[in-house]
Design a protein around this ligand. Structure first.
Ligand code: SF4
Ligand code: SF4
Length: 274
């Protein structure tokens, strides 16, 4: 593949990873199980439509989600898996018009979600990589990802996701190591639940998979900090510069509490409910 073909592929993928709820049959509001304690309107099982999902697949209380403190709904981002899987159904309709296919559709959605999430990280890894061999490995994983998500639901459900995830994790580890501002501190805790870290210097810190629920990061310095998989629900990131932080996702940002002074990486958008 030429450089320009790869650049086109990357641009297409960046677009495909953005949610487009207009083109989706409300998959997240049906396929996933929800808990009231996580900021959803009710406890519901996977496969059961939320009581607020309208017949046109729009949310009945969309304009009131912030007012009603529906943090789970406000925070969710499917990395574009919803519209991708909805379009796969084509003439087969959707989960409502074709209930026989609903289970397959929901399962496909959860697999494509995971693939798109990995694609999100791979795109960032590609942008960060300066090593030719690693770049080639990342590009080939991106191509593989695209082929997998383009497959039929039946093929998608028979994929060996674990084997692919292992390959992705390996390159992400290599990239994290390459771009680390400081050597990884193995003794650094991963539990920052409710901790006050305000104004401190965490440049280059490894927060990957850290528990940071309700941590106060206001005004902290986070240049080059790695947030891969960190739980940032209700974390205070007001007046915080995250523009040079690594491996953040829209879902993490949506779930955190920021303000107009919070600086985000270029690939993320400021949530409307901040
Ligand atoms: S699954 Fe994704 S695209 Fe579909 S409604 Fe939910 S967030 Fe929107
Ligand atoms: S309240 Fe709206 S956004 Fe939340 S799960 Fe229900 S339909 Fe979806």
């Amino acid at each position: 593949m030429t450089n320009s073909e790869m650049m086109d592929k990357v641009a297409d993928l960046q677009k495909a990873l953005r949610i487009d709820c207009e083109k989706c049959c409300g998959l997240c509001c049906v396929a996933l199980y929800c808990m009231k304690t996580d900021g959803f309107p009710e406890n519901k099982a996977a496969g059961v439509p939320c009581r607020h999902l309208r017949s046109d697949f729009r949310c009945d209380i969309h304009d009131r989600l912030a007012e009603q403190k529906m943090k789970g709904c406000l925070g969710y981002d499917c990395f574009g898996a919803g519209q991708k899987v909805t379009q796969k159904m084509g003439e087969d309709g959707n989960w409502k018009t074709n209930p026989q296919k609903a289970k397959e559709l929901f399962q496909t959605f959860t697999v494509v979600f995971q693939l798109h999430q990995m694609a999100w990280y791979l795109l960032e890894a590609l942008a960060l990589s300066s090593d030719h061999k690693l770049q080639t490995a990342i590009e080939s994983l991106i191509v593989e990802n695209e082929q997998m998500t383009a497959a039929t639901p039946e093929e998608i459900l028979s994929l060996d996701l674990g084997a692919y995830r292992e390959k992705v994790n390996l390159v992400l580890k290599q990239i994290s190591h390459q771009v680390a501002v400081m050597p990884a501190n193995k003794k650094m805790t991963k539990n920052f639940l409710g901790k006050n870290l305000s104004g401190k210097n965490f440049d280059g810190s490894d927060f990957s998979m850290a528990l940071m629920i309700a941590a106060n990061l206001e005004g902290a310095s986070l240049r080059g900090s790695n947030f891969l998989g960190a739980d940032l629900r209700d974390a205070n990131i007001k007046n915080t510069d995250l523009s040079k932080s690594l491996f953040l996702t829209q879902m993490q940002i949506n779930a955190a509490s920021g303000n107009t002074e919070t600086k985000l990486p270029k690939n993320l958008v400021r949530p409307l409910h901040w």
